[in-house]
Design a protein around this ligand. Structure first.
Ligand code: F6R
Length: 608
């Protein structure tokens, strides 16, 4: 969704630095972009364009971009269409601002300001904050006070960055929206962003301010960044972390798309995960989590992360026998769930910034139950809000369609299940589990090496009308995830269904234009095969993903993707999932869609 980058420092290239930061945030999804900067004559300059960042760069060509202070934004439209006027920054003669989130009382504020003679240029809610702060400034309030008083009047979750041309300084504040700032003490640079990824390789130290803390960037000064409460007293309400300078910007390398690269990273990430939790820094966390004894678990997440939650539920119920519910985070708080002592809330997320997942966590926290995240982004809001965290160690995921994060979320959940069971105290059990992880990595490696055969199937089926992904038991979540991947990147209708449910309605849709991707595991083999027969009898096209060398299955299928399940046991669904990832990827490639940035989607959904 929207991206924020601000720079204050000695470099005269602040515009380029901000544009580079925005480029890194492109993966999050956006539909317009803009920058404001203070030029070498101390004048505020403002440029913004609907469409891709390249449109903005084109607009900036030939302009004098020498500037030490700059703020930039990529907008994902909520209030008002995708137009140049609605793009951020919003500015007037005394201020420029950028905004992520939603101002719920914007109409009310606008009416009030209009009655005072203020004129609005855009249809956005964001401009109401610009004019509110400006109104206070014109009434003689100092900038910090003007920001603080205006922010108190804003309803809803938002992050704002304010550029104050009079002094050339940058201020930021947020409530329930991501914000991070970073400094480099050697170069005296201070930056602010909605995502630490934009700051990778530039800053040494990161600060994650808590809600309602005003951040003041004063690069070049003794304190590169200062923090204030709304009453303007200095505060330490922030988390500070050393930035790992080895975190570099992800490049596609030999791969055509980030998604393909990320699919291929999975075997190595699986190996690293076991290393981290069994022999590395993560060991202590897992041991600590092993002391928890939840009576009942609620897992809450959105989209792919929720499907990973279903896989984790099967581990927790199958192995630990702990009753576990998986809840869509967007629904959880609206159905008044019964949360009691001994319950445990687990939140699965790649970004750690998904608004609904954060709201579900907040509900659990308020009800007094323990909360734990299974999360990728260290230092994200979810990470900071939960009582404890298990990092999934997937590295930066750029492809909007989540792939490696799903695998790592499910496997981290498996490690958590082992910790709850006390298995990590038993050397034999530990060795057995790490052996399973290693085998999974090895099988995925082999599958990736033979991915041309999956590409051939994709080429044969990508033009069909619709797709049913079916699976039973542990493969049902994999069917749901497979269908989601295809919808997202190939823009075709696909549904994940429990194999046995098809004849309770959806079978009416089966004809020669419908494909059934049947996930046929060795367990429940016969029952799944009889479901395939039902589809076959109605002329559906069968793509079976099943045990190698099974002639019965091969004979029944139009296309057969053979797999080696033996020894993988409960991890086998994650192996099958890689077939679905590749199928979706290649079908999208044949369709010619924008695979890494599919239409209408944002990588991190920070609004409800
Ligand atoms: C699908 C996808 C989304 C995310 C969902 C949650 O490929 O990426 O469904 O899984 O938006 O996002 P996180 O995991 O960041 O909370």
């Amino acid at each position: 969704m929207c991206g924020i980058v601000g720079y204050f420092g000695p470099s005269q290239n602040s515009v380029e630095i901000v544009l580079e930061g925005l480029k890194r945030l492109e993966y999050r999804g956006y539909d317009s972009a803009g920058v404001s900067f203070i030029d070498e004559h101390n004048e505020l300059q403002n440029y913004k364009k609907a469409g891709k960042l390249d449109n903005l760069k084109e607009e900036l060509k030939g302009k004098n971009l020498i500037a030490r202070t700059c703020i930039g934004h990529t907008r994902w439209a909520t209030h008002g269409g995708v137009t140049d006027e609605n793009a951020h920054p919003h500015h007037n003669d005394i201020l420029s601002i950028i905004h992520n989130g939603i101002i719920e009382n914007a109409n009310e504020l606008k009416k009030e300001l209009m009655s005072q003679g203020v004129k609005f240029k855009s249809e956005t809610d964001s401009e109401s904050f610009l004019e509110l702060v400006s109104f206070e400034l014109r009434n003689g309030k100092p900038i910090l006070e003007a920001i603080s008083d205006s922010f108190r009047r804003i309803h809803g979750n938002s992050a704002f960055v304010v550029l104050y041309p009079k002094t050339g300084e940058i201020f930021a504040i947020k409530r329930g929206a991501p914000l991070v700032c970073g400094i480099n003490e050697i170069t005296s640079e201070a930056l602010v962003s909605s995502d630490p990824y934009a700051l990778a390789g530039i800053v040494h130290k990161l600060y994650f301010p808590e809600d309602e803390v005003i951040v003041h960037l004063s690069g070049g000064n003794k304190n590169l960044v200062n923090f204030y409460e709304l009453d303007l007293t200095k505060t330490t309400r922030y988390l500070s972390k050393k930035q790992d300078m080895t975190v570099t910007v992800s490049e596609k390398g030999e791969y055509e798309h980030f998604m393909l690269k990320e699919i291929h990273e999975q075997p190595e990430l699986i190996r690293n995960l076991t290393q981290y939790y069994f022999a590395g820094e993560g060991r202590e966390t897992l041991e600590r989590i092993g002391h928890f004894s939840p009576k009942r678990i609620y897992i809450s997440a959105c989209g792919t992360a929720a499907y990973a939650g279903l896989v984790v539920r099967d581990f927790l119920e199958g192995i630990n026998r702990i009753p576990t519910n998986v809840e869509l985070a967007s629904e959880f708080r609206y159905r008044n769930p019964i949360l009691s002592e001994g319950d445990f809330g687990i939140f699965v997320s790649q970004s750690g910034e998904t608004a609904d997942t954060l709201a579900a966590q907040s509900l659990c926290k308020k009800s007094g139950i323990k909360t734990l995240s299974i999360v990728n982004v260290d230092g994200s809001t979810l990470f900071r809000e939960c009582d404890d965290n298990l990092l999934i160690r997937a590295g930066v995921e750029i492809g909007v369609a989540s792939t490696k994060a799903f695998t790592q979320q499910a496997l981290t959940g498996r490690l958590m299940s082992a910790a709850f069971a006390g298995d990590l105290k038993d050397e034999n059990k530990k060795v057995a589990l790490s052996g399973k992880f290693a085998l999974l990595a090895e099988r995925i490696d082999k599958l990736l090496a033979a991915s041309d055969s999956i590409k051939t199937v994709a080429e044969a089926i990508y033009n069909y009308k619709g797709f049913f992904y079916t699976g039973r038991g542990a493969y049902f979540p994999i069917a749901l995830e497979g269908a989601l991947k295809l919808k997202e990147i190939a823009y075709v209708h696909a549904e994940g269904y429990a194999s046995g449910e098809l004849k309770h309605g959806p079978i009416a849709l089966i004809d020669e234009e419908m494909v059934n991707i049947a996930l046929v595991a060795p367990d429940l083999f016969e029952k799944t095969v009889s479901n395939i027969q039902e589809i076959k009898a109605r002329k559906g096209v069968i793509v079976s993903v099943g045990p190698r060398g099974n002639q019965e299955l091969q004979a029944l299928s139009d296309y057969y993707i053979p797999l080696d399940f033996d020894g993988l046991e409960e991890l086998a669904p994650l192996y099958v999932n890689v077939v679905n990832q590749l199928l979706a990827y290649y079908m999208a490639k044949f369709k010619g869609t924008d695979i890494d940035k599919p239409r209408n989607l944002a990588k991190s959904v920070t609004v409800e």
